[in-house]
Design a protein around this ligand. Structure first.
Ligand code: PLP
Length: 272
């Protein structure tokens, strides 16, 4: 007799990367690898390859709303990952959906600029994201450059600065922050700091892996956290498990795409 099981659902609201290492395609791969069912709504189409991001076409807002609300009219979601947001109109629709559908277990990856320098979020929309999303999501996951952009600081990623940066982000409305240390000067470890607004801290550290497979690391971590939240894990354990998943992937990422890239200016290979 077939055994029935219930697969937790995770909604990824993010950009479309045809190179498949970031955005909804990467999130979907992560969510399925972690035994969830991925639902995906895209904020933007992008033109990109191993050398960088070349063009961005935000989803027309009426259509974006139709994608999101049509799905949520029908499907319950156990967790949500929010990535590339493109513009303020998209942010407003997401905020409306969070309220209307009482969405929970929400991870916001504060994606602002691709590492190749292409803006993935309109500069003027930053204050809208802060005002509308920071107070209603469960955790934000900025990296060091994003913390500096959000707070106008020169944070370098040291342990001593974390409390001040977390306080700055709480003052902007965030409830919990995972400050990712991947861009720090620490050559031995990749250390992320989780702080909640009672200033309970937890440090998550793995050995730093020297690899070119860094395209999509933020997407893998944030969608991994959402996948574990969807399974009922606590936020701290979800971060721990997602970081372990990311670490394993960094250790074992396949060279297949690199082998097939014809460009001689390959910058980054997908992690997943
Ligand atoms: N494209 C999309 C859709 C993304 O979500 C992201 C980052 O989250 C990127 C591109 C940037 O990736 P990278 O910085 O590795 O180029």
């Amino acid at each position: 007799m077939a055994q029935s099981s219930v697969t937790p659902t995770v909604l990824s609201i993010a950009g479309f990367d045809p190179y498949s290492g970031a955005g909804i395609l990467a999130d979907s791969k992560v969510i399925h690898a972690l035994s969830g069912y991925a639902l995906c709504v895209t904020t933007a189409l992008t033109a990109q390859n191993s050398t960088g991001v070349y063009d961005v076409l935000p989803t027309p807002v009426e259509h974006f709303k139709a994608q999101l609300f049509t799905l949520l009219d029908d499907m319950q979601v156990d967790a949500v990952k929010i990535g590339m947001l493109a513009n303020a109109e998209i942010v407003m629709v997401i905020a409306e959906a969070i309220e209307k559908y009482a969405l929970k277990n929400i991870v916001l990856d504060t994606v602002l600029v691709s590492s190749s320098g292409k803006s993935l979020f309109e500069e003027e929309a930053l204050s809208v994201m802060i005002e509308k999303l920071f107070p209603v999501v469960d955790v934000i996951t900025p990296n060091i450059p994003e913390v500096n952009r959000l707070l106008d600081t020169k944070f370098t990623g040291t342990k001593e600065e974390i409390e001040t940066m977390a306080k700055g982000l709480f003052d902007l409305g965030a409830k919990r922050v995972l400050i990712k240390g991947g861009h720090s000067a620490d050559t031995l470890n990749a250390t992320d700091y989780f702080v909640d607004n009672d200033f309970h801290k937890e440090t998550f550290s793995t050995a730093r892996i020297l690899t070119t497979h860094t395209h999509g690391t933020g997407c893998v971590l944030s969608s991994g956290i959402a996948a574990y939240l969807a399974k009922g894990e606590s936020i701290n354990r979800s971060i721990y498990l997602a970081k372990e998943f990311l670490y394993q992937r960094l250790c074992t990422a396949s060279d297949i795409v690199f082998k097939y890239c014809t460009s001689n200016t390959v910058r980054k290979e997908p992690l997943i």
